[in-house]
Design a protein around this ligand. Structure first.
Ligand code: HEC
Length: 134
């Protein structure tokens, strides 16, 4: 046996270190979707905020309307870019996105809105009406 080869046990230790490290990709999946439409309560709240404040321009389930399809956008833009666009608004090729910095519901629910849109972007939930998981 080679002296420096990794034993399965050390691989398991490395794997668990990665899983619990602050650099893990945990934030990549900030939602839980059950049965294709039941959301954890934080993500469900994000959907409700989205519906109240964003759906009239971005479509009922973020599929796009006056504003771009955000399920597509979230596969392209980073979370920081998302937060910047929502906070300060965005004036671009497509049109005018209002700033939300003076709306405490949107600002406080930023992570939750992001979680819902990320679930849409990942295809974890489609263009269907979400429910709140029990
Ligand atoms: C009055 C219509 C309107 C409303 C309401 C609105 N948006 Fe937008 N949004 C737009 C438009 C138009 C754009 C495209 C701007 C451009 O031309 O790049 C946009 C762009 C964005 C982008 C950038 C997308 C990208 O690919 O860069 C994000 C993120 C976004 N909106 C999120 C939201 C969220 C979250 C809400 C609710 C809190 C919201 N928007 C509400 C019209 C709107």
């Amino acid at each position: 046996m080679q002296k420096n080869s990794l034993k399965p046990s050390s691989l398991a230790i490395i794997a668990s270190l990665l899983a619990f490290s602050p650099f893990s990709l945990a934030d990549d999946k900030p939602y839980t979707v059950t049965d294709g439409q039941a959301l954890d309560s934080a993500t469900f709240n994000g959907y409700k905020l989205y519906r109240n404040w964003c759906a009239r321009c971005h479509g009922t389930y973020a599929q796009g309307m006056v504003g771009p399809n955000l399920a597509d956008s979230l596969n392209v833009i980073s979370k920081d870019e998302f937060i910047a666009s929502v906070t300060h608004g965005k004036m671009g090729q497509i049109g005018m996105m209002p700033a939300w910095e003076s709306n405490p519901q949107v600002m406080e629910g930023m992570d939750q809105i992001y979680a819902y849109l990320k679930a849409r972007a990942d295809g974890a939930i489609g263009e269907v009406k979400p429910s709140k998981a029990k």
